[in-house]
Design a protein around this ligand. Structure first.
Ligand code: HEC
Ligand SMILES: [Cu+2]
Length: 372
């Protein structure tokens, strides 16, 4: 008996400390109607499970204790009892129906992507996300059409690889370009992928959708509170699977419109410097026309094709429109800058510092020409 009360005490203590941290153990605070439905469904089913657990184990332990041979209990004999069989069929049936009804309702709501205000295509890349604001139906059509951005991890490398460096507050959950959406609008997300299967997951929105190469899947959310929401790729997609977070910034509609306006003008304004570069190229190339001293194809074939030709080492493959569309949307000046200075796994000037900026820019133009 002493042993038994000790066990009881231990489990009671465990339970209490469990309750103390319960606020951190639950799901993330739901921020959309769907997420709230999922949350209450989760709680409902959890409690049904708790009740079943307590009832079944309570009965079992009661029977084990009270109906022992040592206390002289004689086993009851009721083989082939129709009553018992009916009862143990009906009770689970009722429980399952009680669970299936609200679950089905929620799933149907989750899948209802009709009548969106705004449509954004999210493409998974190894290892970043591309967001394209596509021309769709709904009240916000035209506001942000054509905006395309690449969203990559912004956590500094030394936080990741140097254990002595203090990790930031949003370690591995921060990006350079956030997805910006208006609040109180139905946002439809189309998911797809460029290489392997990724998954678009924002827990607070109750959204988790696989992004599969060659397929388009969709999901939706409607955020009610302005703020920053963080998620992650939720499909093991390679060595940097943990390094492709999703950050959504929800803002007032006016702010969204202003953002879209600014982003669009930025995208339009960008070709300007590239035109200048091209102008410089033609003057240097002068009469020789195509085969001037700055031969983009030669630089490309000699150096860049090593990675970009086959699309190895994470390099976007030349000619792969899916891989290039969001990059090209950044504008030629940004692309040239990235090629000259290097970005992530892309070495500066393709690894040959002896190249001139103009040579690299010409190689980029050649590559982009093949990938449009
Ligand atoms: C060692 C392999 C390698 C070589 C060689 C290489 N690249 Fe890259 N390149 C990459 C990788 C990897 C990326 C993708 C970087 C990322 O966005 O994460 C990339 C991306 C790019 C991009 C897109 C940048 C962006 O903003 O999305 C351009 C443009 C580019 N490379 C141009 C070139 C040019 C021009 C050369 C030749 C002078 C070249 N690359 C040689 C690996 C290479
Ligand atoms: Cu992924």
């Amino acid at each position: 008996m002493k042993k038994l009360s000790l066990v009881a005490l231990a489990s009671a203590t465990a339970l209490c400390s469990g309750v103390a941290v319960a606020s951190r153990l639950g799901l993330q605070d739901p921020e959309t109607p769907i997420a709230r439905q999922i949350y209450s469904l989760h709680s409902l089913i959890l409690w049904i499970c708790v009740v079943i657990f307590v009832a079944v184990f309570g009965m079992m332990f009661y029977a084990i204790l009270k109906h022992r041979k040592s206390v002289g209990h004689k086993a009851a004999q009721f083989h082939e009892s129709t009553t018992v069989e009916i009862i143990w069929t009906i009770i689970p049936f009722v429980i399952l129906m009680g669970m299936a009804y609200p679950a089905t309702k929620t799933v149907i709501d989750m899948k209802d992507t009709s009548n969106p205000d705004l449509t954004i295509k999210a493409t998974g890349y190894q290892w970043k996300w591309g967001y394209e604001y596509v021309k769709g139906e709904g009240s916000l059509t035209g506001v942000s059409d054509g905006i395309a951005l690449l969203s990559s991890l912004a956590t500094p490398m030394d936080q990741i690889y140097d254990p002595k460096v203090q990790k930031g507050e949003n370690y591995l959950l921060e990006v350079d370009n956030e997805m910006v959406v208006p609040i109180n609008k139905k946002i439809r997300i189309l998911t797809t992928a460029n290489d392997v299967i990724h998954a678009f997951w924002v827990p607070a929105f109750g959204v988790k959708q696989d992004a599969i190469p060659g397929f388009i899947r969709d999901t939706w959310f409607k955020v009610e509170k302005a703020g920053i929401y963080r998620g992650q790729c939720a499909e093991l997609c390679g060595k940097e699977h943990g390094f492709m977070p999703i950050v959504v910034r929800a803002v007032e509609e006016d702010e969204f419109k202003a953002w879209a306006e600014k982003h669009k003008t930025a995208a339009v304004a960008e070709p300007a410097p590239a035109v200048q570069v091209a102008a410089v190229d033609t003057t240097t190339a002068a009469p020789a026309a195509a085969a001037g001293p700055v031969d983009g194809k030669k630089t490309y074939d000699g150096l860049c094709a090593a990675c970009h030709g086959m699309g190895i080492a994470g390099a976007p493959k030349t000619g792969d429109k899916g891989a290039w569309s969001a990059r090209i949307a950044q504008g030629p000046a940004t692309l040239a800058k990235h090629a000259i200075e290097g970005i992530r796994a892309m070495p500066a000037k393709g690894g040959n510092p002896a190249l001139s900026d103009a040579e690299v820019t010409a190689a980029v133009e050649h590559m982009v020409g093949l990938s449009k």
